[in-house]
Design a protein. Sequence first.
Length: 404
Amino acid sequence: MTANEDFFRERRAAAVFKHGILKRYPVVFASKAGSRVPDRRVIFVDGYAGRGEYDDGSPGSPLLLAQGAASVKEFRNVKGIFVERDPSNFQNLERVLAEYGGDGMSYSLYKGNLDAHVPAILRDAQGSALLAFLDPFGTALDSVQLQTLLMRAGTPPTEVLLHFSVSAVSRLGPVVRKLRVEQREPSDEESKKIVRLNRFLGGDWWQPYFAELRNEDLGAATRIAIRVADVYRERIRQATGFQSVSVHVRMKPEHLPKYILVLFTRHPEGVWQFADALGKAGLEWHEAWRSDLVNKELRKAAAVGQASLFDDDGELSFDRRKYLSSEEPKWIAVIQNNIRRLLDEYSAFRIIDHVDKVYGTTLGSAWIPHLRKAVKSLYASKEITASGVGEFQKEVIQRVARLP
């Protein structure tokens, strides 16, 4: 069974997190960006659409996008564009969308590689707001093609939510280093992988980063891959002017990240709303990884005919209220300290211009109400001038002047 086939057997925690974002952010994008284009036309692109659903019938990304379109159909004209290379997956996707995907949006299906269909997608999306979701197994769209997508003609609202595969980079980086140390040519298979990664990253600039790797330590290779992802985001920003916000996605909190989700956007409001969606999806992720662990224990116990430690609402069960009650004060304290540090750096700033720095380590856990509570608390203690009411993220924050 291939990794692709295994993925669609059941949703794991990392997929729950990603789908938590897809349930929320496309709706916000359609609502806000769709108001700025003729006919309020919005395009959702799923560039690596897969089968459309999991074997247990739960929706994959195409159906989640279709559901988002249905929720805004009264005031937005949404079209879905779905691209899938694998013939079997494409056939199933076609069936799933025909059965469930037509309520609220028209759609087009493209068979083959996304790179080949970018020109047709750009023609179809002329004058429309466009949100592209690029979530492949491995590396995604060619760097030049990504920039072409972001910088499309007429500059209507455009955003790309990209899966950056940390595991793909961290696996290939040590191979490239070993080839250099041994001064040998890559095998045909190694060469194909290197070419694909070079095309995705926009050249071989990333390869020297792995020269500092001294052993086969996966943690060290992963840390280098994360640095490569940060440089990649900066290179895209310099080439296109698009800012980005990113979050590391893990199977469990103590695991190394499997991939990074990156949103490329021109608009600070996009970063603001995306961060909010990340926090709400993070709550579902915490519930999911605990559920995965409990189910694993139950299966293990059943296989040997023993009772599980977790049969009776054990210690790994997840109570949302208890979790939030425990974590919210910690998040608020972190956010407050981040605001204080930003005031040390800038004297005055707006949260919406520094969303990722304000959230800091709480990005993917906290969301807008927690930021509001942090600001209100600082205001109540007479530390800052901003009150935390209304659209507080757009208000200039300064320290309260102290009398001598």
